[in-house]
Design a protein around this ligand. Structure first.
Ligand code: ASP
Length: 602
């Protein structure tokens, strides 16, 4: 095995780059053996690198025959270098690959490294369990789909930097990883300090305070493609460390930030998908989103709005499920499907209630309107004719319609009907998979009340500014205060969110107090920040987009793990390096840390 070959021969181009126009040229290529085939003397080797595959041809009588003799010994995943002339494949074109019109007739080949047989074939569409794939992630990343995802990710990062830094005067600035806890609402990852016994750094859940401090420093416009850490129980679309496009700007209002982001997603969608995003991206208020879709990240690729029937039904409907809900202070909302004929009795009795159950719904009541206008289903009996007519007019449906009702407290009703709307939209084929429906959700409430904790929580984060018109209600009616916060949503998925920030230290201090921090805690946790606000802080605001999720959508991947080079499992472990892992007692001692590992329940 010789690396002298590399010194003598520079790569002409990547494997995937050979085309007709290179016929007749001498070429040097490097890569991995994808496959080899002996066609009665002529050996064909598919050579792969991250850009694709080129076919190598070894003829027994070509040159002095050594290349052919070596080719005869090659095995998959061996690393080789080869030289020869690019020739046309004539009529034997392989239309499935971009290099399919040509091949390289090899004069000289060298084996740079042999390979053990990999635990799975390096190929897309292989059915290997994910544990094996993640344990041998470096092999998994050799697969064309995954390496293409990473290459696209790199390209999007470059476009992002160019758009913000070159075209819009942002500075790309870095913020610390060993930092102090910023309340974004999740659990912190903590790092014990060796130098300060008993004290800890927190890994940033986001660089929120630092990016605001950049505005106080006069940096004016900041961007960073940064890593954030949140120690949450992982759902399918979460990773404990994830990447955010983090932005902050001074002297701007909500509209300017939205316009900037509209331009950004248009650019990326044009460059990657070749589609035009209609701008300005439309907006919907939080209230309207909740009323019509039951969720603050509505999928606007299809209609099927929800209707609130509480006012119409209260005191008039005798159906038990409704009257019980009203007695407990609940509401009734409905999803009216203009043509519900394809949903079967089994859907109504089993499938749909099972979809709604995880969101707290104890059942899904329904009514079907026949072509002659007659109502059937459990709800029908409890409604008089006048009320039935009123309801249909209100929901703008008629004969052939199917109506799904959920009665409960508002949060349960909204969440379960939002789910049912999605399931039904999908089932009835109302969702065009080619469509991208972006929207801004605006005018979020500033706070939400947590009954369990008995206090207010910031809906976005505590640095978000209340609307100027609502500041007066901060003390009197916090639940009514709306925030200058906005989320960017695509097809029911939150791409990111941000807000105009509080830039006055007295308002910030009041908000912290409202969130239940007493004077001492405020000083201890945020003293430096409240002080900083009082030294001439410009009005400012920003946003962060989740880059992993954005890439997942752009790549058409099913999982975040397909766009992150070295992801963690659902249980937050890295199977390849076997992390997390125990450390030596000496390391713990140095860090002044003692562990108490819970014993499994007997
Ligand atoms: N720091 C926020 C987040 O990580 C985003 C922002 O307000 O800019 O969600």
């Amino acid at each position: 095995m010789t690396t002298g070959f590399i010194q003598q021969h520079k790569r002409s181009r990547h494997c995937g780059a050979f085309r007709d126009e290179h016929v007749g040229q001498q070429a040097t290529v490097y890569g991995w053996v994808q496959s080899y085939r002996d066609h009665g003397g002529v050996i064909f080797v598919d050579l792969r690198d991250r850009t694709g595959i080129v076919q190598l041809r070894f003829e027994p009588s070509h040159g002095n025959g050594t290349a052919h003799a070596i080719a005869d010994k090659l095995r998959t995943e061996w690393v080789i270098g080869a030289r020869g002339e690019v020739i046309s494949r004539g009529t034997n074109i392989n239309p499935k690959i971009p290099t399919g019109a040509v091949e390289i007739l090899v004069d000289e080949v060298t084996v740079l490294n042999e390979a053990k047989t990999p635990p799975f074939e390096i190929k897309d569409e292989i059915d290997t369990n994910e544990t094996t794939r993640l344990t041998y992630r470096y092999l998994d990343l050799r697969r064309p789909k995954l390496s293409a995802n990473l290459a696209l990710r790199s390209r999007v990062n470059q476009l992002t930097r160019r758009y913000f830094c070159e075209d819009h005067d942002f500075l790309e600035l870095e913020t610390p990883i060993l930092a102090k806890s910023t309340p974004e609402g999740a659990r912190d990852y903590l790092v014990p300090s060796r130098v300060h016994p008993g004290e800890f750094y927190a890994l940033p859940q986001s660089p929120q305070q630092f990016k605001q401090l950049f505005m106080m420093s006069g940096m004016d416009r900041y961007m960073q493609i940064c890593r954030c850490f949140r120690d949450e129980d992982l759902r399918a679309d979460r990773q404990p460390e994830f990447t955010q496009l983090d932005l902050e700007l001074s002297f701007v209002d909500v509209d300017e930030i939205r316009t900037l982001l509209d331009g950004y997603v248009s650019l990326i969608w044009k460059a990657v998908k070749g589609t035009t995003v209609p701008t300005p991206i439309p907006s919907i208020t939080y209230q309207e989103a909740m009323d019509k879709y039951g969720i603050d990240r509505p999928d606007l690729r299809f209609g099927l709005p929800l209707s609130d029937l509480t006012e119409k039904l209260a005191g008039r409907a005798t159906f038990r499920v409704f009257t019980d809900a009203f007695e407990r202070g609940g509401i009734v909302k409905a999803l009216a499907i203009p043509d519900g004929s394809s949903l079967t009795r089994k859907d109504l009795d089993k499938t749909l209630p099972a979809e709604a159950a995880p969101f707290g719904a104890r059942g899904v009541a329904w009514a079907r309107i026949a072509e002659d206008g007659a109502w059937s289903g459990p709800v029908a009996k409890g409604l008089d004719d006048a009320l039935k007519t009123e309801l249909l007019a209100h929901m703008e449906v008629g004969p052939g319609a199917l109506i799904l009702f959920v009665a409960d407290k508002a949060s349960v009703v909204n969440a379960s009907l939002a789910r049912l709307r999605q399931v039904v939209g999908d089932r009835l084929g109302l969702i065009d998979p080619e469509m991208d429906a972006f929207c801004w959700v605006v005018d979020f409430p500033m706070f939400e009340y947590d009954e369990g904790a008995g206090r207010w929580f910031a809906m976005h984060h505590p640095f978000t500014s209340p609307m100027d018109s609502d500041v007066g209600m901060l003390d009197s009616d916090p639940g009514k205060v709306r925030a200058k916060a906005y989320d960017l949503v695509l097809n029911g998925i939150e791409l990111g969110g941000g807000s105009i920030r509080i830039h006055r230290s007295d308002v910030q201090d009041r908000v912290f107090a409202l969130l239940g921090l007493d004077e001492a805690e405020r000083r201890d946790k945020f003293g430096f920040f409240i002080d900083a606000l009082s030294f001439g802080t410009p009005p400012h605001g920003g946003i962060a987009l989740g880059m992993d999720r954005l890439m997942m959508l752009l790549c058409g991947a099913d999982s975040l793990r397909d766009v992150i080079a070295f992801p963690k499992t659902q249980r937050a472990s890295d199977l390849m390096t076997e992390s997390p892992s125990e450390v030596s007692p000496a390391q713990l001692e140095e860090l002044h840390v003692r562990t108490v590992v819970p014993t499994p329940d007997a």
